[in-house]
Design a protein around this ligand. Structure first.
Ligand SMILES: [Zn+2]
Length: 221
């Protein structure tokens, strides 16, 4: 699951426009940003198995980012940071927290059982990855629908819709590139960390650029 996570961010932006786009875009991947960093640090681990359908990742140990208590802590932390560090109202702050939590629910749908329900407890995952065509269709469908709501909200608010369309197309392009890139058995999971981090941060920067444009209103050409 990559692009599908952003559907939650864009839908939240359409519902709660006061939440900054960059914070929602970072929030929807916050626990994967944490995961990338912890994988690089060797604290969470897994391996790559190119024979697997959908995703080659075998995620053996990720209690701090992808367990149920873990994601609840990250979500509450995001609400507090949004409220007190970013000085947002409670509604946008809670929207950001909900988007952080949405990551785990979407992962639950697609991951093979690797999401701990409590420390050392059973692992959950409905394994939509094992049906890659359906999984890709769900992700692209989610992002398309959420992207349309977001573009509509921008239009109503007096902003251009095309930057929203460009953002969604970028997500779909990254998704397709990732799908076509062959997983290499020898590549360690730690090697995927820096590339994933770079993508998440680049998309957050792109969203921040959209926020800057939105904060300086301009008539629709
Ligand atoms: Zn994840």
């Amino acid at each position: 699951m990559f692009a599908g996570h952003y559907a939650a961010a864009l839908a939240a932006k359409a519902i709660e426009p006061k939440a900054p786009t960059w914070a929602l875009v970072a929030g929807c991947q916050l626990i994967d940003i944490g995961w990338s960093a912890l994988v690089i640090a060797g604290i969470e681990h897994g391996r790559v198995d190119p024979s697997l359908p959908g995703s080659a990742l075998v995620l053996e140990h990720m209690p701090y980012t992808h367990s149920l208590p873990g994601v609840i802590a990250w979500s509450l932390g995001a609400v507090l940071i949004a409220r007190y560090a970013l000085r947002l109202g409670w509604r946008p702050a809670i929207a950001i927290g909900a988007v952080v939590f949405s990551h785990w629910l979407l992962d639950l749908a697609v991951h093979r059982p690797d999401l701990e329900l409590y420390p050392n407890g059973p692992k959950a995952g409905f394994a939509l990855w094992d049906y890659p065509v359906i999984e890709q269709a769900v992700e692209i469908g989610l992002i398309a629908v959420a992207g349309m709501f977001w573009a509509a909200q921008r239009t109503v608010a007096g902003f251009k819709a095309w930057p929203a369309a460009m953002f969604v197309l970028t997500l779909v392009a990254v998704q397709i590139i990732a799908m076509l890139m062959p997983a290499v058995a020898s590549s360690s999971i730690a090697e995927t960390g820096p590339m994933a981090l770079a993508v998440y941060l680049a998309l957050t920067a792109g969203a921040a650029f959209l926020d800057r444009r939105a904060n300086s209103p301009q008539p629709i050409a």
